[in-house]
Design a protein around this ligand. Structure first.
Ligand code: HEC
Length: 239
């Protein structure tokens, strides 16, 4: 094998041989052919002799590769590459929700995670009010039947550390998702969920009463009543 290896920049099918020092900006997958390891980066610093210097966006560390294959990729491919190997995301549909009384409760909040181990972990974090701790992906929280928060991997909703807010329409027939995402608005107050919940950033956006979020107009008694009146809970023996 030749000592001096060539860095090929395959840009949309074009192959450019790099000489001198050049910076390239875009979305790139940089593969080390000796180990097969792929790195994802948005800037490639091509130095002399075919070496490249990149910032590995997954770990944040700078990597210099003597030999590499640099491929420009689409933003979607980049995102998918960044997510690969990280925690499995969950898909949330109307069917993910149900009678709020079926979910275990800590103080006022009901929670769910289809993985029993992760549910235990979420309940422990909530119970102890541990700061700087992230809820496991897949955790669903509800205070009242018509609002919910669901945890995804951070990359999916960077502003909320992965939380997706939901505004739900609940009836005897079941759940309808009226609005979802980072920018959901609480219609009765005309402000976003995030505008209050961001105050609890140290508690992974979980407010409770003690994490300094602006208060909601429901006291504990009212919250209990709203939960008990969830029209999706048809079994009268339940409450
Ligand atoms: C006015 C501020 C405010 C707004 C707006 C708001 N919340 Fe909250 N939220 C709170 C407070 C305060 C609590 C804690 C209440 C308690 O535990 O008694 C809370 C609790 C919750 C909880 C239970 C977990 C936790 O963080 O304590 C969920 C889930 C939730 N809110 C979702 C939402 C969603 C979804 C929206 C938007 C549709 C929303 N909230 C809008 C202040 C707000």
């Amino acid at each position: 094998m030749r000592k001096l290896l060539i860095t090929a920049l395959i840009l949309g099918g074009l192959t450019i041989l790099v000489a001198g020092c050049t910076n390239h900006y875009g979305y790139y997958r940089v593969t080390d052919p000796t180990t097969g390891k792929a790195y994802y980066t948005t800037k490639v610093d091509a130095g002399k002799g075919g070496a490249v210097k990149i910032k590995d966006e997954k770990t944040g560390s700078t990597v210099t590769l003597q030999s590499s294959e640099v491929k420009e990729i689409s933003k979607d491919e980049y995102k998918a590459g960044m997510m690969a190997g990280s925690v499995q995301d969950i898909t949330v549909s109307a069917q993910s929700f149900g009678c709020i009384l079926d979910w275990p409760k800590i103080r006022n909040t009901r929670m769910k995670n289809s993985d029993p181990e992760k549910l235990k972990e979420a309940m422990r974090i909530f119970q102890d009010g541990v700061p700087d701790k992230e809820y496991p992906v897949g955790t669903m929280l509800q205070l009242v039947p018509f609002e919910a928060m669901v945890k995804h991997p951070r990359e999916k909703f960077p502003k909320t550390n992965g939380w997706e807010f939901f505004f739900l329409d609940v009836s005897k027939e079941g759940t309808k998702i009226k609005d979802r995402g980072e920018r959901v608005v609480n219609l009765s107050q005309g402000i976003t969920c995030l505008s209050c919940h961001k105050a609890a950033v140290r508690f992974d956006f979980v407010c409770e009463k003690r994490h300094i979020c602006a208060p909601i107009p429901f006291d504990d008694q009212k919250i209990r009543e709203l939960q008990n009146a969830d029209p999706r809970c048809t079994d009268v023996l339940r409450s």
